[in-house]
Design a protein around this ligand. Structure first.
Ligand SMILES: Cc1cc2nc3c(=O)[nH]c(=O)nc-3n(C[C@H](O)[C@H](O)[C@H](O)COP(=O)(O)OP(=O)(O)OC[C@H]3O[C@@H](n4cnc5c(N)ncnc54)[C@H](O)[C@@H]3O)c2cc1C
Length: 462
């Protein structure tokens, strides 16, 4: 395995650029702080994936949007690269920049709640957004599983979760963005104001602009949730039920996963009815021919935050600080059963780590209206994620990354695409194919808004 202090070589990865503190002399006064100390550089040189380690030359603790713009302009003039960073929950160095500037957005975390929107700075965590909105009886419509991710970080990826059948991705819930472009311009964009910038920034992996503020839709919040766990006998049974349920919009929330047991894989749907009661149980579940059905009432916040308990458990096991070579892909309905069945047949559960989780979430692509993240070209698709941990006794992180690459090739052959948050070494050609029909527009936006290619080299796209 590559020692954790060395970068994993990546095809197409840019050579380190930039310089030491001297490159940051004559910086105008900032509201935040420019840091060169070891603690700041170390923290910004790694991520949740724990495999890529690329120290920047400096870290900006941004104190205002003007700080972000000032430093992007400064770096552009000096030929330095810039990487925005939210919570660093990337798994493959996506928020890192060797010898450049990491812009830590963590302190830009203000949240304002209005009648049916929230104005949120990019460094805010989704847990803060939902806490503030619930105090007004409102909620964001769409969540990721984990709430301790930054708004800017998930909007730059897209943000997929169990509400996607009703509300699309988190990017679909955005009404307006404030961004800093690669030229250091502070700009506002929306579906009607500079729509090209809006389309390229949402799900745009930080390639054209740094998101500094988002206006998010809010909806009335349920008080509680009737939460169902149903098990099924096979991949085909699971995906058939999910396709039907997401098409009907029967549940407010719908995900799935598969788990190994001594008797083989178990296929599980997790579904929720907002403000549901026991009276709803028969109507919602009787005709699904499930092997088992469990239901419980959960307060709404505990429901959207329920991954927190699992993260605490994995942290206590020591698993959370190990390398995480995650694989995340989207498969069309027409090929999902074959790909998942073959993958599981070849998979040894112990090889993917003690805390590995395998997700299979249905996606209604017609609800996903922003061009990014890229989706398969069918009405129903599935997020297939193999969330691996390089635990003792499991495959090494390098072996897992190599397996991810093979899985990626299988996915593409099957008409799927990757959800770009995981650990897969991609080439420029892979990226062009990934963006497909949107590539030309995306590349044009990159040249227009970041003409010198300053922003976010860790994605290794340009
Ligand atoms: C435990 C866990 C659970 C997760 N669950 C889900 C899930 O359910 N659904 C889902 O969709 N994803 C999920 N993810 C993935 C997650 O959404 C992405 O990795 C996300 O980018 C992480 O946010 P972050 O704040 O840590 O971003 P970072 O890792 O800091 O940054 C991610 C990328 O975005 C760029 N970036 C960061 N901030 C900005 C900004 N303001 N503007 C432009 N670019 C920016 C960075 O440079 C980097 O390239 C999960 C990740 C983890 C670790």
């Amino acid at each position: 395995m590559t020692p954790p202090h060395l970068p994993v070589p990546q095809p197409g990865s840019a050579a380190p650029t930039g310089g030491g503190p001297a490159a940051f002399d004559a910086v105008p006064a900032l509201d935040g702080e420019l840091r060169f100390d070891t603690a700041a550089l170390d923290a910004a040189s790694t991520d949740f994936g724990g495999m890529v380690r690329l120290p920047p030359a400096a870290v900006l603790g941004a104190g205002s949007v003007e700080d972000v713009a000032t430093m992007v302009r400064h770096c552009r003039e000096r030929g330095l690269k810039v990487a925005p960073r939210g919570q660093g929950h990337s798994t493959n160095g996506q928020a890192q920049v060797p010898s450049g500037l990491v812009v830590d957005l963590g302190a830009l975390d203000a949240v304002e709640i209005h009648d049916d929107t929230a104005t949120v700075q990019a460094g805010a965590l989704w847990s803060s957004v939902v806490r503030a909105s619930l105090a007004r009886g409102l909620t964001p419509p769409a969540f990721t599983d984990y709430l301790e991710l930054s708004v800017g970080g998930t909007l730059s990826a897209g943000g997929l979760g169990g509400q996607i059948g009703h509300h699309g991705t988190q990017a679909d819930t955005v009404r307006e963005l404030q961004v800093v472009t690669g030229e250091g311009e502070i700009a506002t964009c929306s579906p009607t104001v500079r729509p090209d910038l809006f389309r390229a920034a949402l799900g745009g992996l930080g390639q054209c602009a740094i998101i500094t503020r988002a206006t998010l839709s809010l909806i009335p919040a349920p008080r509680s949730v009737r939460f169902y766990t149903l098990t099924f006998r096979s991949v085909a049974e699971l995906t058939a039920r999910q396709a039907r349920l997401i098409g009907e919009g029967r549940f407010d929330y719908l995900i799935g996963q598969t788990r190994p047991t001594p008797d083989g894989w178990v296929y599980r749907v997790e579904a929720a009815a907002y403000d549901g009661t026991t009276d709803d149980d028969a109507r919602l579940t009787d005709d699904l021919d499930a092997l088992s059905v469990e239901a419980q009432d959960v307060p709404y916040f505990d429901f959207v935050n329920r991954l927190a308990a699992m993260v605490d458990a994995f942290t206590a096991m020591g698993e959370w600080s190990l390398p995480h070579p995650w694989y995340d892909a989207l498969l069309p309905a027409s090929t999902v059963n074959a790909v998942v069945t073959d993958t599981l047949a070849d998979l040894k559960p112990q090889a993917i780590g003690a805390s590995a989780v395998i997700l299979l979430y249905p996606v209604l692509t017609t609800k996903c209206r922003t061009p990014l993240p890229v989706m398969p070209d069918e009405e129903v698709a599935y997020l297939f994620s193999i969330l691996k941990t390089a635990s003792p006794g499991a495959d090494s992180a390098d072996e897992m990354v190599a397996a991810n690459r093979r899985q990626y090739d299988t996915t593409v052959e099957a008409g799927g695409c990757w959800y770009p948050i995981g650990s897969v070494p991609l080439t420029k050609d892979d990226w062009v194919r990934h963006f497909g029909g949107f590539w030309d527009e995306f590349e044009a936006a990159r040249h227009r808004y970041d003409p010198d290619g300053v922003l976010t080299p860790g994605q290794r796209i340009f």
